[in-house]
Design a protein. Sequence first.
Length: 169
Amino acid sequence: MRGHNDREKQADINDSLILNLRDLSHTMRSLYEGKGSQKRILIILDKIGGTVTQQKLTERLGIQPGSSSEVIAKLENAGYITRTPNETDRRTADISLTETGKIFAAEAREQRSRRHEQMFSCLSDEEKNQLLSLLEKINKDWDKRYRNAEDHCKHREHYREHRRHPKGE
C-alpha cells in the first residue's frame, strides 16, 4: 500500500513540474514576442556587428523563410536595416543595421538585460546556478531521449543552436 502512495505522490510532483514548466514557457513567450521578434533580430544583427545573409539569419532564428521575410520587410520599412542582393548567391539578401537600427538595437539589448534581471530577481545567485544546472541536466536527457521525435527535433535544433549563442539574444 505504501508503494502505491509513493507512486501517486511522485506522479503529482511530476504533473506539477510539467504544469510549472508550461506556465513559465507561456510567460516567456509573451515576454519575448515570439522567436522572430523585431527586437531579437536587431539584437542579433548588432551582436554580429556586420552583415549577415537573410538565409543565415533565418536559420539562426529557427523560423520559416516566409516569416523572416515579413519581419525583415517591417524592419526595412522602419529604417532599422538595409537589405541588398548578395553578390555570390542571388537567392538571398545581405542584411545590415542602419545607424538608427544600431541605436534601437542597443536600447533593446538594455531592455532585455533589465527584464532578465527582473525575471530572476526572486532567486539568489546560488539558486540561479542550481536551477541552471538542473535545467541543463533535463535538456541533455531530453535531447537524448526524444531525439527521434519529429516535432521535438525541429524545435530542439533551434534551441541547441540558441544555447551556442546565449549572450545578448
